[in-house]
Design a protein around this ligand. Sequence first.
Ligand code: ATP
Ligand code: MG
Length: 172
Amino acid sequence: MADRDNTKTPRVAKAGEEGRIAIVSASADETEAIAARLGCAAAAGDVIGLVGELGAGKTAFVRGLAAGLGVAPGDVASPTFTMVAEYRGRLPLFHIDLYRLTPGEADIGALREYAAATGVTAVEWFDRLAPGTLDACLRVRIDYAEPGRRLTFEGAGERATRLLAAVPAASR
Ligand SMILES: Nc1ncnc2c1ncn2[C@@H]1O[C@H](COP(=O)(O)OP(=O)(O)OP(=O)(O)O)[C@@H](O)[C@H]1O
Ligand SMILES: [Mg+2]
């Protein structure tokens, strides 16, 4: 297989290297489809940190992740009032929304438990956590950009490399 051919320069980032991909998504459906690819590639213990202003499309992204993990359509709602929702798929998906977080009041122990658990954790408003609180293997920033949104994926290490490789090439 070409990927195992050591005589060629590897096309994927090595563990520890920072990888970054920016793509444009024209619609919520496209965002969901891109996120679904990541959901298919997700592994237990992956943490995805979502950043973007109100209405950017963070929940739409989580809906796609859930679909990729085999969660029944329609299960995903914004967990703003509960802060954490859990959905059943191929792996459990923990959907955390920190919008209402009072800075400094995050239950860090609980957050770390979710992240270390047997599922995939997606965190909306990840930037409300103080740096170093919780390591996301992949950060997804969603910005308004014509004709829809720009999604910027960034992460380092093997988990990020696996997820970055799942970003549809046609969208890059
Ligand atoms: N390219 C796009 N990707 C995602 N959402 C889009 C896109 N274009 C338009 N939208 C619309 O933007 C809105 C995104 O809503 P969503 O609830 O996912 O945002 P959010 O970032 O989770 O908001 P909040 O900060 O309130 O949690 C939806 O109404 C969706 O249809
Ligand atoms: Mg949301």
